[in-house]
Design a protein around this ligand. Sequence first.
Ligand SMILES: *[C@@H]1O[C@H](CO)[C@@H](O)[C@H](O)[C@H]1NC(C)=O
Length: 352
Amino acid sequence: MATYLRLFVAVFWSIAFLYILVCACLFPLLGSQHNSFLDEDDDDGREVLADFFKFNTCSLAAPSGNSCQSDGKFVFGVATAPAHVEDKLNDSWLEFAKGHDGHYPVRAWLNVHAPENRLKFWTQPEVELLLAKELGVTAFRLGVDWGRIIPVEPLHGVEEAADKEAVEHYKWILRRVHDYGMKVMLTLFHHSLPKWALQYGGWTDQRTIGYFTSFAEYAKQQFGDYVDYWVTFNEPHIFVLLTHCSGTWPPGSKRSTLASIGCFTNVGEFGIAMKAIGDAHIAAYKVLHQGTSKSMVGVAHHVGVIKPYGFLDIPIALSTKWLTEFQWIDQIQNHLDFCGINYYGQVKSPDT
Ligand SMILES: *[C@@H]1O[C@H](CO)[C@@H](O)[C@H](O)[C@H]1NC(C)=O
């Protein structure tokens, strides 16, 4: 018994020693600006963007190179997502939000009247468009819901599976955006998979790449005349993390903590799904550029604040940063006309 105990202690200390050694080796990589994380006065927004552009190949896609300053090509706009704003949408989010056994995973189901109507953007898009117009923006980002347009698995091609009425209605909405004098930035994948794709495993299954590519091709055929900018994917790593690893989003399959950690690795479901999404982006980029189309094609990338709080979580912070911020953009860097950055600042409460 005592031998086993000694062996266990020896192994434990060896691992601990190696871990601390790794922390010490990685420490210089952090650079001095990272140490200001707990500094109350620093400007988080500028710091996060500067940090991001310093290391990320996203900047190669930006026309102005290594800076995030306006060069006259900067477009000021607002964004919506179908799953967030469209009514009459029977998607995976609706099913998920209805909950079960009195548990509602989407807060609106607890305190909003008729939450399934969302913002009625499908039947009354004027409300949001007018608000955007009054705000003075020149571009409106909206999405088309993949599952609404292709409601069944397109085993015999998208043309046969597509809901033509839904397509016509989307064209009407896109014309409305132009009527209000705004440019159209159209997102193809914004945090929502068709139910049929979710059922067979979504982005962890290679079929999804082909289905998405044919959806992109169909979207170009149908909506190309109205689109000024294409966004293939919005924040895919957030989608993959919350859908596959934590079970926070539809279908809400919960996992153990250990399984979640295993998932969030390069060889886990996270890595597999992100690789598939990168491949799907590249394929979609190519079909969206076929023919005479001059519309730019890019992505909307999520850039967050990922910094260690202390010495011992340096490896975790750096690997998380690499997995979420850099890896995917590096994969698609040669197939980006622009790189949109979704940055959510940290809002401090007023000192009153
Ligand atoms: C939504 O779709 C599901 C099948 O996925 C169906 O059972 C349900 O009745 C539909 N709900 C509405 C309101 O159409």
